[in-house]
Design a binder for this molecule. Structure first.
Ligand code: CTP
Length: 396
């Protein structure tokens, strides 16, 4: 998907600049052309030679090259970029761009490019939380052609702990890949995704749950975001890596999820009910830990509300809803029944017994069912499935 894409990578003076070597490696491996521009401070932290070796291209270092060649070069890089990425981006470069300052090679080229600009902040937590920096970040986010990547939380090179770490190279690479791969069909749309497994408490220690990892729901959320949507995730328990930067509402049990969906659903254009919601929950939850006795014990369960059915009944005009269906047998017949009974636009059905499909895997085999259509997809990554599912729902 990335073959031949032209990435211009800006490197600024944060210690995280060493991590960008890995980013360049990933980009080159996937077939991108990478041109790097380093600020003066970046080139003091890491030798431009290393960047040139990795990117297989000349690295532009700074205004010292302000010659006729420089002028041509900075405009040609600005024009050629399919995507402009600044990683790491210091408070300084963010401040300059936000205030229209173009006083070196990098800031001048950024100012001249019409490409989407992706910025991965990297700085000390106190700098990151400084209201001036936050205002600059907010200002840049308000422009359509700027994407500010979420910063990580953790130990910093300076010894401080907090928010401000540069996103990991692999995550930045995945943002780049998604940004360049998907059409912006959800621009201006709001998407709600539920994901994960609800946890139904028996007592303060035990609960009933299922194997859902949350991967499929996260894939829908990330691809929707890359397609331009404003995304909210209602997340029950998940074991998959939680993507940074998503707007997440955490819930516990099925009742919790139902209350949160009821409160939120009217604000969304598309809803993907990817969560594995318990159909039954303990009739009562013991206040104290249940002590064992010699005999067997029984936990009486009561039915939970069917959230998807509620959405099918109460959907607002224009709102489109997709449910998911997991089966071990009679996949199509059972899933079609759910489509009809729950009165939704689409069901993405998958059999958990097929190879490469089901809980916790990175791949899936989905059949998309709508009122008058059945589309069987081959084995794909969950991200690829997500794009197909979203695209089908948009078409309805
Ligand atoms: N679902 C829901 N609320 C529930 C149960 C399920 O909203 N209490 C939703 C799921 O999120 C999914 C769809 O309904 O989008 C189908 O879920 P699934 O577990 O496959 O089927 P069920 O409807 O629960 O029926 P069964 O368990 O009998 O297969």
């Amino acid at each position: 998907m990335l073959k031949g894409k032209k990435i211009v990578l800006g490197l600024t003076g944060s210690i995280a600049v060493y991590k960008s070597c890995e980013l360049i490696r990933l980009l080159i491996k996937s077939g991108c052309e990478v041109d790097a521009i380093m600020t003066k401070s970046a080139s003091e932290l890491i030798r431009p030679y290393i960047i040139e070796e990795l990117s297989r291209s000349r690295c532009i270092t700074d205004t010292f090259e302000r010659t006729a060649v420089f002028d041509v070069k900075h405009i040609s890089l600005a024009k050629k970029a399919d995507l402009f990425v600044i990683a790491p981006a210091t408070a300084n470069i963010i401040g300059k761009i936000a205030n229209g300052i173009a006083d070196d090679m990098l800031s001048t080229t950024v100012m001249a490019t019409k490409a989407v600009k992706m910025i991965a902040p990297a700085m000390n937590p106190d700098m990151y939380s400084n209201p001036i920096v936050q205002n600059n970040i907010k200002k840049l986010s308000s422009y359509d052609d700027y994407i500010i990547l979420p910063s990580g939380v953790g130990d910093m090179a300076c010894g401080d702990v907090g928010k401000g770490r540069m996103a990991e190279p692999e995550d930045i690479f995945n943002y780049i890949k998604r940004e360049l791969s998907y059409p912006k069909l959800l621009k201006g749309k709001r998407v709600l995704v539920t994901c994960g497994a609800t946890m139904e408490p028996i007592d303060p220690v035990r609960f009933i749950t299922n194997h859902s990892s949350g991967k499929m729901g996260f894939a829908i959320a990330e691809v929707s975001e890359a397609m331009g949507a404003d995304v909210t995730v209602i997340k029950a328990n998940t074991t998959a890596k939680i993507p940074a930067g998503l707007n997440i509402l955490n819930v516990g049990c099925a009742r919790d999820m139902f209350e949160t969906v009821k409160r939120e659903y009217k604000n969304f254009d598309y809803i993907f009910m990817a969560a594995a919601v318990a159909d039954y929950t303990p009739l009562t939850t013991a206040k104290d830990k249940i002590k064992k006795s010699d005999g067997d014990m029984t936990v009486v369960l009561k039915r939970t509300d069917d959230i998807l059915e509620f959405l099918g009944k109460n959907k607002t005009s224009g709102q489109k809803i997709c449910g998911f269906s997991m089966e071990t047998r009679d996949l199509i017949e059972n899933s079609r029944k759910k489509l009809e009974k729950k009165n939704v636009h689409m069901i993405a059905a998958n059999s958990i017994v097929s190879e490469g499909s089901g809980f916790g895997t990175d791949t899936n085999i989905i059949t998309i069912l709508t009122k008058d259509k059945k589309r069987e997809l081959p084995l794909m990554t969950k991200e690829e499935c997500a794009f197909e599912i979203i695209s089908e729902l948009i078409k309805i």
